[in-house]
Write a protein that binds this ligand. Sequence first.
Ligand code: NOJ
Length: 469
Amino acid sequence: MAFPDGFGWGAATAAYQVEGGWDADGKGPSVWDTFTHQGGERVFKNQTGDVACGSYTLWEEDLKCIKQLGLTHYRFSLSWSRLLPDGTTGFINQKGVDYYNKIIDDLLENGIKPIVTLFHFDLPQALEDKGGWLSETIIESFDKYAQFCFRTFGDRVKLWITLNEPNMFALMAYDLGRFPPGVPHLGTGGYQAAHNLIKAHARSWHSYDSLFRKEQKGLVSLSFFIAWAEPADPNSASDQEAAKRVMAFHLDLFAKPIFTDGDYPEGVKSQIAAMSTKQGYASSRLPEFTEEEKKMIKGTGDFFAVQYYTTCLARLKENKKGELGALYDAEVEISTDPSWVNLDWVYVVPWGIRKILKYVKETYNNPAIYITENGFPHSDLTSLDDTQRWEYFRQIFQELLKGIQLDEVNLKVYCAWSLLDNFEWTQGYSSRFGFFHVDFEDPARPRVPYSSAKEYAKVIRNNGLEGQK
Ligand code: NOJ
């Protein structure tokens, strides 16, 4: 029941979800500041991340939680507009630099490795005003920001995630418009953003590779939201095809260019092209990479970062009316099994993670895999006893062990989402994923461990499930 020696145990957070201090000490506004301040019930009860967990002033409290768990890794994100208020290196906010320097130094002093995300959904508003991720100019802006971060923090940070869940983000922010800037571009915006996200990631990877790697010796990659797709009927060839398509559209569309050959999957390209023709578009809604871009994109991930929450069942469903939206292009209908426990949008399917690890191993040539997020929302917001939730984590760990021992996947690190209860995007504070409860009514934002915190600490101490030490 033991994990390999040196296995990494972490927990994750993200700047907008925990920091607060939204305009403190010269921080510029991000799109989430704008979006939440506009109201309009797009976020649960119009809640905001203005204060959130208060981590901007309460970092020391977070560190106590981290030490209590005994984490070997802590994953957090940098707020771009805290460092560069208008998104450009024209003005650098030293107070922001100081804040992250302190986090990094404190972690290292305690023997904890930082995993740092450069972009976790909170684009500086000034860059959104120039078109955000729909505009090609973002590639240059992101690359400059990334270089600034590598230069400033890279002497100590050795694990970088450029983009958090670009696949989920492109869909939510620019196709469906449910995340800021809040404007839907059904069927086009998601792909256009994806195109720029992939190129921005690749550019920054090359910057690291050519300017910093030799001296800093770190690793740079990006993390994907991956829901496992299972055929609705495992014996049906058409359902098997449906499940493959789901993986291709939501994962491989992003991962194949970066980890395989610089280009989108053929099936996805032809499917979107055919649908676009049917809808009267002169060309495919999915943009094309030039040959030069393909060369630039290929091979720009130093490890494969997986974020797993849920599984679905897939079956083919023809988009007869030619409805617009990235979700319709795959011509697949998604469902769930009635036996799966459902918590918000999460269906508890621990075996899904093993299938994903195997899929990644087989599809992407046995890469080093980091699980940079996995977790479950609490079902009872009134209790600190989350024994049932811990049982789901335990089942996940069993599946990881099977993946490592039976499927021989090269899994290096596991990070749970999340260290703290925090601002869960459009669900505000109504959905809680923390090992530590945070009282958002109390100005002191006290952190109190759920019962699972003690259990996780035990797993980390033993480097595995019960039976050791
Ligand atoms: C993935 C996102 O990266 C994170 O920000 C979010 O809170 C969790 N999933 C849970 O939904």
